[in-house]
Design a protein. Structure first.
Length: 156
């Protein structure tokens, strides 16, 4: 079991308690509730687990929900819901602090006025678009991105 303990009461006194949805199930001795690896996670209660790998690949490849839905053989609303659940589960997987060698760079994102129908400080544009001015301007928001360096593999 990957967890430190019971997701309900955080007790570490748990015992194996059969199976549920092809996952090993556990029972907490303190609160007497049962759980498995997906309990209280963003992936809890999602069905069709056999299609999650295909959806994850589509998400990594940046495919549209319509294309991913065809590839997974599910409705596009299901893929949309899965996409948000998968991204939510990844959002919690960030280090609290970075140490050692890290790489840092800046990127610029165009200011968005999504859902704002009036009083725009500029002419409306279609998705994406380009800044009216070259270089730094008030239209672009600077964002600093910092991460551990990518692992480099070398052949011997």
């Amino acid at each position: 079991m990957d967890r430190q303990g019971c997701p309900h009461c955080d007790s570490r006194e748990v015992v194996r308690w059969g199976q549920s949805d092809a996952l090993p199930r556990y029972r907490c001795k303190a609160c007497r509730r049962t759980f498995h690896a997906l309990t209280k996670t963003p992936l809890a209660h999602l069905r069709m687990k056999e299609k999650w790998a295909t959806q994850a690949r589509a998400l990594i490849d940046g495919l549209t929900t319509a294309t991913a839905a065809k590839g997974c053989d599910v409705d596009y609303k299901t893929v949309f819901r899965w996409r948000h659940r998968f991204l939510k589960s990844l959002a919690g997987d960030k280090p609290a602090a970075l140490s050692g060698i890290v790489e840092s760079d800046e990127t610029f994102i165009l200011e968005s006025f999504k859902d704002r129908r009036s009083d725009l400080p500029r002419k409306a544009r279609k998705r994406g678009g380009k800044s009216d001015k070259h270089g730094l301007s008030a239209e672009q928001i600077p964002v600093i991105v910092t991460a551990p360096p990518p692992m480099r593999y070398c052949r011997h």
